[in-house]
Design a binder for this molecule. Structure first.
Ligand code: FE
Length: 210
């Protein structure tokens, strides 16, 4: 088994069962990383990138408040134990450390930039919408709070993209999020208008359908 295979086997055991950040998220981030790297064509250490993608969220089980740092330290210890070359350990660790939205660090390598973009892309599009509500369900967050999360975090993600393919995919994916939010807010607005006494009026929900 190659190093990535061993790392994957370990990560599968350690990954938190957290909805939205579990192993399925890791698999999607790996696939998105691969797509971005291929589109960039060359200059990317694809093994470093894959290992960083596999391990980027393991720290969520260890330290929920600074999971990027916890994941980076876990990766460093694991890869050193496996005898992985020091310079490549450094690149994996740097990519993991700087991938997080809240870390405030700017990725300094191409692998770090790709991982950061791939992780953010998984928070956008239809998958991103599904993940927001999975998280909300697990944390007792209602629809209004979820909407706030879209505005405070999700809609800002396209402006944080670091690679050209990442930027393009983010623009595509944010469209469905905006459409969804528009519709969600319209339905809620119509209902609150209705509950103030205009239900049955011209602009009541479903009026056009009748
Ligand atoms: Fe992640």
């Amino acid at each position: 088994m190659d190093v990535a295979g061993v790392v994957e086997a370990v990560a599968r055991m350690v990954m938190p069962r957290e909805p939205g950040h579990g192993w399925d998220h890791v698999e999607r981030v790996r696939a998105l990383s691969r797509i971005i790297a291929e589109e960039l064509g060359g200059g990317v250490d694809t093994e470093v990138l894959d290992i960083a993608a596999i391990l980027h969220d393991v720290g969520r089980a260890l330290s929920p408040e600074n999971h990027a740092e916890a994941s980076a330290r876990f990766a460093e210890r694991l890869l050193r134990a496996l005898g992985y070359p020091e310079d490549r350990i450094g690149r994996v660790v740097e990519a993991i450390r700087s991938h997080s939205f809240s870390s405030g660090r700017r990725p300094r390598s191409i692998e770090a930039a790709i991982l950061s973009d791939a992780d953010k892309l998984d928070a956008l599009g239809a998958v991103g919408i599904a993940r927001v509500f999975m998280y909300s369900g697990a944390h007792g967050r209602g629809i209004e709070e979820s909407i706030r999360h879209f505005y405070e975090k999700i809609l800002k993600l396209p402006s944080l993209m670091l690679t050209k393919p990442g930027r393009r995919m983010a623009e595509e994916r944010v469209r469905i999020v905006k459409l969804f939010l528009e519709e969600l807010e319209k339905e809620l607005r119509d209902l609150s208008r209705g509950s103030r006494g205009s239900l049955g009026g011209g602009d009541a929900p479903g009026a056009e359908a009748r």
